[in-house]
Write a protein that binds this ligand. Structure first.
Ligand SMILES: *Cc1c(COP(=O)(O)O)cnc(C)c1O
Length: 378
């Protein structure tokens, strides 16, 4: 009997997101829960967003602006670029999928890092596109030379998460310049900058200012993280008009809803709120990393709003242990089978999380660890 779905689809497993609070509350019967699993904003969205959405609620029977004219104009002003250099997605996730479908096919090849954002892999597997996942140094730090070395004559796309999810590592200006300069012209560099606002390293530079080094560069940004609009779903691509034109051919009409467009405009305008989110994150990132290090955990240097922590236990078991303490973290499969990713929350959420890590440390010191049998990601 012929297969119901094409082979690439049979190779996919459903994406496993950070567990929603309500689900854990139901399943575990825990009341006091702290969710630090999805890199959401610690301070939420600007209050101006709710005001902008309220004004729109009477008009939800109307289709959204398919060209996102006002948001496009606001972002063109914000970045001093042409309106035609922007494409919008239902979250930048949708754009990753779109880029995979538009710029690569089964006879091509894609390069990305490992561990890095899972959606690059999903886009490749779904499209039956061969790929090379280039190991990060010690599983946490970028190696630009290794990325370049993985490029073949068939390579059409290179995805770089900068800063990287889930390790927090970044590619500094010099290395990024080299990557863009040396990457063959027919390869599209996709610089996924979902966490760019949180990067404070003096040599972190956005691909937005280096696009001239590779004319096909696509920079991805999102309102989900620093702007706190994860629930609205809006992200965008910045690229040459020709590149945007190709994306527009396959973009679903009305993919960014009216509330998302208005919310993003309001969020973009509240620069003080963004500055508060970034300042708090920097403070907490330093404090949390220092405390975890003091407790004896190895913490990967992070430029994002999360830290990757090594735990002396299989990550699936550690994840489960923290869950029972009311702290939802994120576990991954190999090569991060002894790591947890900890999103940075409010100071009090982080305190709760740090107390749990302190308890975890004593527990690990006193208890005999069960055999390392866990293979699955929760
Ligand atoms: C969160 C994230 C995104 C996209 O999030 P959206 O909510 O779909 O905009 C993209 N890339 C990376 C690396 C992320 O961590």
């Amino acid at each position: 009997m012929p297969s119901l779905v094409p082979t690439p689809i049979t190779l996919l497993a459903p994406y496993v997101p950070g567990a929603p609070i309500e689900q854990i509350r139901r399943e575990y019967g825990i009341d006091r829960l702290v969710k630090l699993a999805s890199n959401e904003s610690a301070i939420g969205a600007s209050p101006r967003v709710a005001e902008a959405l309220a004004e729109l609620l009477a008009n939800v029977h109307l289709y959204p602006d398919p060209r996102a004219h006002d948001l496009r104009a606001a972002l063109a002003r914000h970045w001093a670029i042409e309106p035609g250099e922007l494409a919008f997605g239902n979250g930048s996730n949708e754009l990753i999928d779109l880029i995979g479908r538009v710029f690569a096919a089964a006879e091509d090849h894609v390069v990305f890092g490992e561990p890095s954002f899972l959606c690059y892999r999903i886009a490749c597997v779904a499209g039956g596109i061969p790929f090379t996942d280039v190991p990060l140094v010690d599983d946490v730090a970028w190696d630009v030379d290794a990325l370049l070395a993985a490029v073949t004559p068939r390579t059409r796309l290179l995805f770089l998460s900068n800063p990287n999810n889930p390790t927090g590592a970044y590619v500094g200006e010099q290395a990024l310049r080299r990557l863009l300069s040396e990457l063959p012209r027919e390869v599209v560099p996709v610089l996924d900058e979902a966490y760019a606002e949180f990067a404070t390293a003096p040599d972190y530079v956005s691909g937005l200012s280096l696009r001239h080094l590779h004319p096909r560069t696509i920079v991805l940004r999102t309102f989900s993280k620093a702007y706190g609009l994860a629930g609205l779903r809006v992200g965008y691509a910045v690229a040459a008009p020709e590149m945007i034109g190709w994306l527009e051919r396959l973009r679903a009409p009305f993919n960014v809803n009216a509330l998302a467009q208005a919310g993003a405009i309001a969020a973009l305008a509240d620069t003080a709120h963004l500055a508060r989110a970034v300042a708090l994150n920097s403070q907490e990132r330093e404090r949390v990393a220092a405390r975890l290090t003091e407790l004896g955990f190895a913490v990967a240097p992070s430029q994002a709003n999360f830290v990757l922590v090594s735990v002396d236990a299989p990550s699936a078991q550690a994840y489960e242990w923290f869950l029972r303490q009311g702290v939802i973290l994120r576990a991954f499969g190999p090569p991060l089978s002894h790591h947890l990713r900890v999103s940075l929350g409010s100071p009090s959420e982080n305190d709760t999380m740090l107390e749990a890590f302190a308890t975890f440390r004593t527990r690990a010191a006193n208890a005999t660890e069960p055999a390392d049998t866990a293979r699955t990601t929760p």
